[in-house]
Design a protein around this ligand. Structure first.
Ligand SMILES: [Zn+2]
Length: 83
């Protein structure tokens, strides 16, 4: 059990985004919870399921992604988090 199995995109606030790193080529892309919720199945998925479904967008890679949670407002003084 970890935060990915506990949380769905709908549980995330507007101040976080998901960082997806390709395990194969190292490419990084960011995903807003809104993007997940825009998919018809996204609102029902826990984040570990989103992570399993994520694939690298680099041409010819299609590698599996590792998900991390990032707070947008680094400068706000918020310390901690659940990543
Ligand atoms: Zn890749």
């Amino acid at each position: 059990m970890n935060w990915k199995t506990d949380l769905r995109a709908a549980d995330l606030g507007n101040d976080v985004r998901l960082e997806l790193t390709c395990k194969r080529c190292g490419a990084v892309r960011f995903l807003s919870p809104d993007v997940i919720l825009a998919h018809h199945s996204g609102r029902h998925l826990y984040l570990d399921q989103v992570e399993v479904r994520a694939r690298c967008k680099q041409r010819g890679c299609n590698g599996p992604m590792r998900m991390a949670l990032v707070r947008k407002r680094e400068a706000s003084g918020f310390v901690g988090g659940i990543a």
